[in-house]
Ligand binder design. Structure first.
Ligand code: GLN
Length: 539
């Protein structure tokens, strides 16, 4: 049911950060998509970085990568996992990018001698970026999530852009959802509405009236709380939507459906409501919640304290687990804590091991130790990006006897750079946006684990790295039992390595986790979980 005009939904946050705006936006999008609407989601981030590519995962969680090679906020991962629709550069915009573009225009003389100001120049640029997705004609509804919390100085131009767009487009073409927190004071035994009242008031000071309140809460909102919120915040009672803590983020679309979020949204936008078809979503949920087996996977990395650093990998386990009807327990293991003395105890309860992506030297010897252990003990192994590179290094050191084998990222004077910079990367000095990024083709040879998983010889996967398998060592490595089963045809770069003699040993230079969705769990993750389950049951 294609709309002629695109409708816009803005999602702002109040009271506290980390309330899950991305999940609410993705859940609403899911409900609208399940009624036949073409929906996309955009994230506007108020920080000055051009993109999160140069941000430490400790600061901002995982950096997500799109097909077109944009390094983006991890919320885009939620959008893709929920909607099974690819996002692009246009789906994530930062203040840095907005200013960069306005300043570039100023240098070109585009503003014809005018004083360049936050209003109108910055706000116009923001408005343009918001409308860009709608003007493609590909979407009936664009959901725009404004990062940060209302009242933040850096969010002001975004809220002003929302105010202007709501005014220009009118109430049935644009609406504002405000996500807030209703804290529970255990001493008083009460839920409190005051922070939300203040937050809605702050939004109003910038001229934006929230149309719908989504209220994060740990306890059910009673009728009197809903009435009170409606009265003090100028919203209809049915527009006070409860968002109670859920055991999994994948429950949120159904919770929002029960609360009627899609109904009030479609009603205000003058769009028809249909019964959403969530059957395949609910099949996934049922499998996720009713596993027949349970396994434990070791996730070896250096950011393991932070859930968000390996977000897409953890979600890919959830999708692949459901596909196999297996509960996947993930045991995070800090690579800096692994050594030859403690490894057998640390790994004794593991059915498979994934060595994570990463940058820099810290913790790599622990990763290499982990790979040696699983290779020699025939435990299923999955190495992603740096994890694959470490598998090549371990193999070169232990099996080929090149004791100093390394990646030139870690040691640029090694005699055996089995992982090395490509020629065209050597001249690059700028850090941001200069890696091998985005979707690249890969040709898979047969027989291979990769072919069995993908059931195809030609795949495309997303990349984010600077260093590569050094083809100088390829024949020596292959002659000793580690085979390159995936190659990029144009460049000859190695994308997949396997050890056929091992029960399941796969390293990939790309990031399969970015492409795993609820509707399409990633084939390699599915195969890895299956292999880990087999390993467990055969022991
Ligand atoms: N640091 C490695 C490189 O740049 C691996 C990157 C990654 O794991 N994403 O090649």
């Amino acid at each position: 049911m294609t709309q002629t005009t695109t409708k816009y939904i803005f999602v702002t946050g109040g009271v506290s950060s980390s309330l899950g705006k991305g999940i609410i936006a993705a859940s609403l999008a899911k409900l609208l998509q399940a009624q036949g609407y073409r929906v996309t989601i955009q994230k506007l981030d108020p920080y000055i970085n051009i993109d999160p590519g140069t941000l430490n995962p400790y600061e901002h969680g995982e950096c997500y990568v799109t097909d077109d090679g944009a390094e983006t906020d991890l919320d885009l991962g939620h959008y893709e996992r929920f909607l099974n629709v690819s996002t692009s550069q246009a789906n994530n915009v930062t203040t840095g990018r907005i200013y960069q573009s306005v300043i570039d225009k100023e240098r070109l003389g585009v503003f014809l001698g005018k004083t360049v100001q936050v209003i109108p120049h910055i706000t116009d640029e923001i408005k343009e970026r918001i409308k860009l997705l709608g003007s493609s004609g590909d979407y009936d509804i664009v959901i725009t999530e404004i990062g940060g919390t209302v009242g933040d100085i850096e969010s002001l131009p975004y809220v002003e852009a929302v105010r202007q767009l709501k005014w220009e487009m009118g109430n049935d073409n644009a609406l504002a959802i405000h996500l807030t927190l209703i804290p529970y004071l255990s001493a008083a035994g009460e839920l409190k509405t005051k922070p939300t009242q203040h937050s809605v008031k702050t939004l109003m000071e910038s001229g934006v009236q929230a149309d719908i309140l989504v209220c994060r809460t740990e306890h059910e909102l009673g009728q009197s709380i809903r009435t009170k919120l409606a009265r003090f915040c100028n919203v209809k009672e049915e527009c006070v939507i409860q968002s109670i803590d859920a055991s999994t983020i994948y429950d949120v679309p159904n919770l929002m459906l029960d609360e009627g979020l899609d109904k009030v949204v479609l009603n205000q936008l003058n769009l028809q409501r249909h019964q959403p078809d969530l059957s395949s979503w609910n099949t996934f949920l049922h499998r996720h919640k009713n596993p027949t087996h349970e396994i434990t996977i070791g996730l070896v990395g250096k950011y393991v304290e932070l859930q968000d650093s390996y977000k897409s990998i953890l979600e890919a386990f959830t999708h692949a687990g459901a596909a196999n009807e297996v509960k996947v327990n993930v045991k995070s293991i800090h690579s800096e804590h692994i050594n030859s003395a403690n490894i057998s105890a640390l790994f004794s309860d593991l059915d498979g091991v994934l060595v994570a992506p990463g940058f820099g030297e810290r913790g790599i010897e622990g990763k290499i130790e982990a790979i040696k252990y699983v290779r020699e003990n025939n435990i299923p192994f999955f190495g992603i990006c740096l994890g694959m590179q470490m598998a090549v290094i371990e193999f070169a050191r232990t099996v080929l006897g090149h004791k100093d084998a390394n990646s030139s990222e870690m040691n640029d004077s090694t005699e055996n750079p089995v992982i090395d910079l490509m020629e065209d990367q050597k001249q690059i000095e700028e850090m941001g946006g200069t890696m091998r990024l985005g979707s690249w083709g890969c040709t898979i040879s047969m027989p291979s684990i990769a072919y069995d998983a993908y059931k195809s010889n030609a795949i495309n996967e997303r990349h984010r790295h600077r260093y590569e398998f050094n083809n100088f060592y390829k024949s020596e490595i292959e002659a000793n039992g580690m085979i390159a089963t995936g190659i990029n045809a144009e460049t000859g770069l190695v994308e997949i390595i396997e050890i056929p003699k091992h029960c399941w040993f796969v390293g990939v230079q790309y990031h399969p986790e970015y492409k795993s969705t609820v509707a399409k769990p990633h084939p390699l993750f599915k195969a890895f979980i299956k292999a880990a389950l087999k390993n467990k049951t055969s022991n």
